[in-house]
Design a protein. Structure first.
Length: 337
């Protein structure tokens, strides 16, 4: 059973990652692309071998071959585009952040459930083989008791600074928090198999150009007793984009695996175990994993895997809200249930 996908949004992310992934994924047919500009849509379709181009989401939703809509529009449009697609009977995979408010996330889930369509959020880092293997070591107990973890995902990219809607708080919501910070935060939730209970955070902007946060520094307290630190943003050149879990018997390092994956190494260093595994540098494969997992839930008529479900997107919105509150109020904030 081949599933037809349509995409709304023709930005760099779609061209670099999702378009190649849709071409490579099994049982997947990339049938339609939508942009506000028909010229851009047609150019994208010709470049990527997509059958049809549209300049209206309404028109694309009338295409009978489109069964899933991948939403890669500005963050403030995620909710309305998801709801429109769901009401047209299309399954939705939405880019993160899921929406700008918790109430919008809840509405997206509600409408998708009412219209009996699947809703997924694109947390691709959960599909990196180093992260999957690291989680297995954590869950097996082989690295012992864990009290501390950390993760970092940064760029030194002021030369490629945020322009347009990404520098408009009304459209993007946050800068570093939503643009890069969600990756290491969600990854720690995955590795530790635990939920965030409380956060203390600082969001900063150092340059006059940006209207949104450029860096975030977050302390996370997990329900299982682990404390973690996350640093993310665009003011740290040559960043170590790693996740580290410190166990009483061994330390696990996922080295350079967060983001667009410049490396793919897993290091386990401890009393009874020392290993190093290197994985292929293939960021598109992470997106293939998400697409095939989403296709599977449609074919088997089951809910999306927990890590890419709408409920996970909702929980990340709750964590995001708490981080913003903490930075504004200068105190720890407990995550709402």
């Amino acid at each position: 059973m081949t599933i037809g996908w349509g995409v709304i949004g023709v930005g760099t992310h779609v061209k670099r990652f999702m378009a190649p992934a849709l071409t490579r994924a099994g049982d997947t047919k990339f049938v339609a692309i939508c942009s506000r500009s028909m010229e851009r849509a047609r150019s994208f379709a010709a470049e990527c071998g997509v059958k049809r181009a549209y300049d209206s989401l309404t028109k694309m939703l009338e295409d009978p071959e489109v069964e899933v809509v991948y939403i890669a529009t500005p963050n403030n449009l995620h909710a309305s585009h998801t709801i429109q697609a769901a009401k047209a009977g299309k399954h939705v995979l939405c880019e993160k952040p899921m929406a700008l408010t918790v109430s919008d996330c809840e509405r997206m889930i509600q409408v998708c459930e009412q219209n009996k369509v699947k809703l997924g959020i694109n947390f691709q880092n959960r599909y990196h083989p180093a992260h999957i293997e690291a989680r297995r070591y954590v869950q097996s107990g082989e690295i012992g008791k864990i009290y501390v973890a950390k993760a970092q995902y940064c760029h030194g990219s002021l030369e490629g600074r945020w322009h347009g809607w990404r520098n408009d708080p009304d459209m993007t919501g946050t800068g570093a928090l939503g643009g890069t910070g969600l990756h290491p935060i969600d990854l720690l939730r995955f590795l530790l198999n635990s939920e965030v209970e409380r956060v203390q955070a600082l969001l900063t902007t150092k340059t006059p150009y940006h209207k949104v946060d450029e860096m975030i520094y977050v302390i996370l307290e997990f329900e299982n007793g682990v404390d973690a630190v996350v640093i993310s943003g665009i003011l740290a050149p040559r960043s170590d984009n790693d996740a580290v879990v410190y166990g009483s018997r061994a330390k696990i390092t996922c080295k350079g695996t967060i983001g667009t994956v410049l490396k793919g190494e897993l290091l386990v260093e401890g009393e009874a175990i020392n290993l190093k595994r290197t994985f292929p540098t293939d960021p598109v494969a992470l997106y293939v994993g998400v697409i095939e997992a989403f296709n599977k839930c449609i074919k088997e008529q089951v809910e999306p895997e927990a890590g890419i479900s709408g409920y996970n997107g909702l929980q990340m919105a709750r964590i995001t809200n708490a981080i913003i509150q903490s930075s504004c109020q200068g105190k720890a904030i407990k995550i709402e249930k």
